[in-house]
Design a protein around this ligand. Sequence first.
Ligand code: NAD
Length: 365
Amino acid sequence: MELHIGCIPGDGIGPEIVKEAKKVLDKVAVRFGHTIQYTEILLGGASIDVHGVPLTMEAVDAAKKSDAVLMGSIGGDANTSPWYKLPPQKRPEAGLLAIRKELGLFANLRPAVLYEELAEACPLKEEISRAGFDMMIMRELTGGLYFGERRTTVENGVRTAVDTLTYNEKEIRRIAVKAFDIAMKRRKKVTSVDKANVLDSSRLWRDVVNEVAKDYPQVALSHMLVDNCAMQLVKDPAQFDVILTENMFGDILSDEASMVTGSIGMLASASLNDTSFGLYEPSHGSAPDIAGMDIANPIATVLSASMMLRYSFNLTSEADAVDKAVKQVLKSGYRTSDIMSADCKKAGCRQVTCSEMGTLLADRI
Ligand code: NAD
């Protein structure tokens, strides 16, 4: 198969971690008989330095022509980088928001996996973390409260602010379909999270999700109120497979779910549109404090590349090989500095650089 991958190294540690993810992808291509064509795309600070703006139409076109895009991260240190002396619409982050909009990315996917070898980084009690967990949070990204009408008024000297939460059935249906499709590639379980005891938008959400579920008889669907879900994520995270939810609930729950893994350098993510196209990137930022030092953890980017193989290219065995390589490397005791603990060091774990980690992973494909 020929894979056309847009590549956005970006800023800070971005180029270092993308280089390692490409090392792993190239090994996948050799091992499974594929060819990969990369198109490098400038975004964020890297684009400002060359073009004076964080995103150009050429960059958008290049992304649209690709089957999928792999991104590092964008942005710099807001206190020291000259990019942050520019007006807000010309700063690195504006480029990221604009490209997401141009590509019509409405579904955000964030896996939260607790690896046995990193269980001690999990802030939950041992009896909870011992069971491990592996869930996928699917968040609606372009509707709801963050995109509704809003206003602030003053009447008789009293300030009042209004935000509106609107969803139509088409917006709900398209993300529900994505969630069920992804559940079919996992443990076939969807928990749809809403606040249907209070909100009309949630009652519509629940109705439409129930309708979509009829096309997926093999998937077990349950509904959960968002307040209960926030509790269950710390009480019994192992119960979840795919969590499907609207924009604001997903914003909060996906951060909560990521943080219970305890390891920022391990968190992948993807944003999808209504084709097989996706933008794949680690959940963390550009870490300017460690940029250029070859100590960043490339695993979140490598796992994002694995999601790309699975969800944009439907290459399940290839994605499984990447995920397995990550588990094997951790099991063999290799750690970048962010995931190295005192206990692991005592037990003989070896600290490796970003590029060494990439090589170790590629060697295990
Ligand atoms: P950050 O995620 O970049 O860093 C937070 C901390 O985690 C830092 O100490 C950093 O060294 C560490 N860290 C992050 N990723 C790591 C990795 N792979 N390996 C080892 N350590 C890692 O968050 P921040 O410092 O708040 O933001 C820095 C810049 O990143 C800002 O300009 C911000 O706007 C940008 N940002 C970009 C994205 C994106 O591109 N999607 C997301 C979040 C933040």
